[in-house]
Design a protein around this ligand. Structure first.
Ligand SMILES: NC(=O)c1ccc[n+]([C@@H]2O[C@H](COP(=O)([O-])OP(=O)(O)OC[C@H]3O[C@@H](n4cnc5c(N)ncnc54)[C@H](OP(=O)(O)O)[C@@H]3O)[C@@H](O)[C@H]2O)c1
Length: 264
């Protein structure tokens, strides 16, 4: 039987998954219900765009759904889980919140509830997330199939342990922000050279996409870097500055700081 899904939270990430389900997963699912805290305009917008069913009182639809996706901020989980606890029978409860693993969901839900955790990234909006996912201890095969539907409609995915997701969120979830910072600097420098912003953005974007495509060939970053770098040449002079400025160490520290903060 095709599962019905309730999204609690109707923000950017919920919309990315709903849009993916609408475009790629329609044949695999039944109905999509969506509730948020107070923004009825947003629910109307999602209804018009994707045909979702807006929900005012979560308890009115919980017994009609097979999957509940918690798509609100981590700080709201405590209160929402407390509210839905009495209505949980055999739904698969999946969170997409940073830092909220299956262990903390299981603690807050009736014993035996099947739970999962997906850590998508911002590229879910364009169907190109690399999403990490894991399960709780009460999972059955049907839940694994349901998880596959959710992660596949927003891009590629990797099954991990809960511990691995905690550690890897800095790489797959936060590092896109590091890359955008890198892009922003290059775009701004291109503009300083007298290039119009739109063209500057295009040049840098295509450079990033092309470089990513090269990485997808399976060649090592080191190999690709050496292909661009003639010893003693112009690129080598630029790389030397990054080395002197301890770029590698700085990046490592950024990842460590992200993980430290995520642990709370
Ligand atoms: N954006 C990303 O790149 C990204 C990546 C990985 C994971 N995530 C995770 O995805 C989750 C949502 O992020 P987002 O970027 O989509 O956030 P967002 O755009 O700020 O949306 C948050 C949504 O949660 C709803 N909400 C807040 N408190 C609620 C409550 N008590 N009950 C019901 N709904 C509530 C809000 O409703 P109102 O508008 O009515 O307040 C809003 O629809 C977060 O847990 C975040 O950690 C996001």
């Amino acid at each position: 039987m095709k599962p019905s899904i309730l999204f609690i939270g109707a923000g950017r990430m919920a919309e990315a998954i709903i849009s993916g389900l609408h475009n790629k997963g329609q044949k695999q699912i039944n109905q999509i219900f969506v509730g948020n805290r107070s923004n009825s305009d947003k629910l109307k917008e999602l209804e018009d765009k994707y045909g979702i069913i807006p929900v005012n009182q979560l308890q009115d639809c919980i017994d009609q759904v097979d999957i509940i996706v918690l798509a609100m901020p981590p700080s709201e989980h405590e209160v929402v889980l407390e509210n839905i606890h009495p209505f949980i029978s055999n739904q698969f409860v999946v969170t997409i919140a940073a830092g909220m693993g299956p262990e903390s969901l299981e603690k807050r839900l009736p014993y035996g509830t099947a739970v999962g955790w997906i850590m998508p990234n911002t590229a879910a909006e364009v169907g190109r997330s690399i999403s990490l996912y894991t399960y709780g201890q009460f999972i059955k095969n049907e839940h694994k199939q349901q998880m596959e539907i959710l992660v596949n409609v927003i891009g590629d995915s990797q099954h991990c342990t809960e511990e691995e997701i905690h550690k890897l969120t800095a790489i797959t979830g936060s590092a896109p922000a590091f890359l955008y910072q890198f892009a922003e600097i290059l775009i701004s420098m291109t503009e300083d050279l007298g290039v119009e912003r739109k063209i500057a953005q295009k040049l840098v974007t295509e450079m990033v996409i092309g470089s990513a495509e090269m990485l997808k060939t399976g060649k090592l970053p080191m190999e690709l870097r050496d292909q661009v770098t003639t010893p003693g040449g112009a690129t080598a002079a630029g790389l030397e500055v990054l080395k002197k400025g301890n770029f590698d160490q700085l990046l490592k520290e950024a990842v460590i700081a992200t993980n430290k903060k995520a642990k709370g």
